[in-house]
Design a protein around this ligand. Sequence first.
Ligand code: 3HC
Length: 272
Amino acid sequence: IRRGFSSSAVRNVVIKQVTIIGGGQMGAGIAQVAASTGHSVTLVDTSDDILKKSIKTIEGSLKRVVKKKFADKPEAGEEFIQKVLKNVSTSTDVGSAVQGSDLVLEAIVENLKIKQDLFSRLDKLAPAHTIFASNTSSLPISDISSATNRLDRFGGLHFFNPVPMMKLVEDTPGFIVNRLFVPYLYEAIRLYERGHGSKEDIDIAMKLGVGYPMGPFELSDYIGLDTIKFIMDGWREMDPDNTLFAPSELMDKLVAEGKLGKKTGEGFYKYK
Ligand code: 3HC
């Protein structure tokens, strides 16, 4: 984390207490990784039901991690799971959750105004030393941080889904992965819309031809079509003439119908 911040204000900060705002796929995954590496984590969302689901996600993922990591020592594996879970608490009260926090990491909806409103509130609630970071996948950090008075303690920490498995965190300016990756997903959808291949064929082609673990339609469903559309819509607003950012009728239709991918049971494909 220190490497990503150039300001002397944060150069020697030791991160012990982490608050994560947003208990969705990304927030839960980040909470898991932070707790697994010994941090004390508070996961915040708007309802206890959402947070219960987040903890279930973390438990499920930890079981998968342990199955591999402690294959010959199931008892040590169980101990590890309990130790990690003990490091995670949940809260629906953002004000109390940020007290004592060294790092507040936001992983909520990809919407500039909503992120700015959140950080503006947090700026008044959090201690002066607290570092703020956003897991935004497409928005300029300077636009988000402009809502606060802690520009020297504000950064981007962009994780990848599934967080416990993906080794990259982007903390440099710009979004290298998504700038290449999201237009690629849209181009795959456009290929399909033009009738150049079935979803299945395009997925198989990318898996067998380039060795990707998932094809573009499988991966879109896995990430969430709403997330991908939010990213593209935001970029199109900033650069309307860029043909790489052109919309897709099919994507717009699926999102409007609430078919957001695996998490809703249907996206490009159907899930049980
Ligand atoms: N937690 C813990 N372990 C997990 C896991 C999770 N959520 N998901 C998968 N695993 C583990 C499994 O337990 C399994 O372990 P094993 O090798 O011991 O059996 C291993 O990963 C492989 O899983 P599976 O056999 O179930 O399936 P795959 O081999 O297909 O792997 C995958 C699953 C890791 C998700 C792989 O398909 C993959 O890497 N897919 C591409 C993901 C990707 O591209 N992510 C980036 C998206 S872009 C993004 O997030 C940015 C955002 O801003 C939009």
